[in-house]
Design a protein around this ligand. Structure first.
Ligand code: NAD
Ligand code: IPM
Ligand code: MN
Length: 362
């Protein structure tokens, strides 16, 4: 089969980590006889510098025609002046909204390497297997913004339809996994959260009575994620809460550099990106961890292209690299780190060798 993939390297470490993921996809194509056509386009600060806007029409058009999109990261100090008219992040938000990608999947499954790298105590981490479903096209991010000389506001708005569609996805994933869904809100304070909770209760009762639904307030959930992460299966929440909780959850895996994501809408086209940003503090030094982006490419193979064996092969290759201690500076012991290119080569070698690890075997 032949597939069209748009590549959006973006800013900072974005180009470094997308290069790694594209190399892995090319190797997957060779091994499994799949044809991937890559079309690299501008987004974010790189697009502002080149054409004056963060999401050029040519990029959006290419994304609309593609089977899937792979993105590195956008943003950085060069474009972060609070008074700027355009910002790199607007490009990413517009892309998510224009493509209707309302469900952002952020799986968190610590590899044993996390036991050494995470600040969380090892006995809390074994057996953790979370899927956070973050609503991605509503809430504070997209509500009306106002700015006056002496005040500013961001409107937080959700319709029942917006809440229902992301909850249905989350309930569906919970049904296919361990049958448990934790819905996270701030219903003790926010009207949008009360609507969210009512909707979750109604859908649970009417459509998913087989899924055990529980509710948590976001502040205590932030604490439970660290104190008892094993107790959760699928976690669903609104846009901003999901953004914050998943950077926190990355510590369960040991590093932000390990967490992939898939952003999905109603069709199969999706946007795949690591949950981390452009990491300006390490950009251009060849030391960024490429595994989150490589694992995002695995999600791309699975969710947009329907290539299950290929996705698993990539996940196995990354697991083998972690098993072998082939770690970048965010995970390695002092003096033991390898660079982005060596980490990429490690994945390519394990892919070629058809490496297997016990916990990921079929
Ligand atoms: P960040 O995620 O870029 O970095 C946070 C910390 O994690 C830094 O110390 C960084 O070095 C480290 N880190 C992140 N990814 C890493 C990797 N792959 N390997 C090793 N270390 C890694 O967050 P930030 O510094 O708050 O934001 C920087 C810029 O990125 C901002 O402009 C922000 O808007 C943008 N951002 C973009 C995205 C995206 O494009 N999806 C996501 C988050 C932040
Ligand atoms: C993420 C990022 C983005 C978000 C920013 C860059 C707009 O933090 O993908 O997690 O907040 O959604
Ligand atoms: Mn984020």
């Amino acid at each position: 089969m032949s597939f069209d993939i748009v590549v959006l390297p973006g800013d900072g470490i974005g180009p470094e980590v997308t290069r790694a993921a594209v190399a892995v996809l090319q190797a997957v194509g060779r091994r499994f006889g799949q044809g991937f056509r890559f079309d690299t386009q501008l987004i974010g600060g790189a697009a502002i510098d080149a054409v004056g806007e963060p999401l050029p029409a040519a990029t959006l058009d290419a994304c609309r025609r593609a089977d899937a999109i792979l993105l590195g990261a956008v943003g950085g100090p060069k474009w972060s002046d609070p008074s700027s008219r355009v910002r790199p992040e607007q490009g990413l938000l517009a892309l998510r909204q224009q493509l209707g990608l309302y469900a952002n999947l952020r799986p968190v499954r610590p590899h044993p390497v996390a036991l050494g790298a995470s600040p969380v105590k090892p006995h809390l981490l074994t057996g953790v297997d979370l899927l956070v479903v973050r609503e991605l096209t509503g809430g504070l991010y997209f509500g009306e913004k106002k700015r006056h000389a002496d005040r500013a506001s961001d409107l937080c708005e959700y319709s029942v339809l917006e809440i229902e569609r992301v909850l249905r996805r989350a309930f569906g994933f919970a049904r296919a996994r361990r049958g448990r869904l934790a819905s996270v809100d701030k219903a003790n304070v926010l009207e949008t959260s009360r609507l969210w909770r009512e909707t979750a209760i109604r859908l649970g009762r009417d459509e998913f009575p087989d899924v055990a639904l529980e509710h948590h307030l976001v502040d205590s959930m932030a604490m439970y994620l660290i104190s008892r992460p094993r107790d959760f299966d699928v976690v669903v929440t609104e846009n901003l809460f999901g953004d914050i909780l998943t950077d926190e959850a990355s510590l369960l895996a040991g590093s932000l550099g390990l967490l992939p994501s898939a952003s999905l809408g109603d069709g199969t086209r999706g946007l795949y990106e690591p949950i981390h940003g452009s990491a300006p503090d390490i950009a251009g030094r060849g030391i960024a961890n490429p595994y989150a982006t490589v694992l995002s490419a695995a999600l791309l193979l699975r969710h947009s292209l329907g290539l299950q064996d290929e996705a698993l092969a990539v996940e196995l290759a990354v697991a083998c690299a972690l098993d072998a201690g082939q770690l970048t500076a965010d995970l390695a012991a002092p003096g033991q780190a390898i660079g982005t290119q060596a980490a990429t080569q490690a994945v390519l070698d394990h892919l070629e060798a058809r490496c297997q690890v016990p916990e990921l075997r079929d």
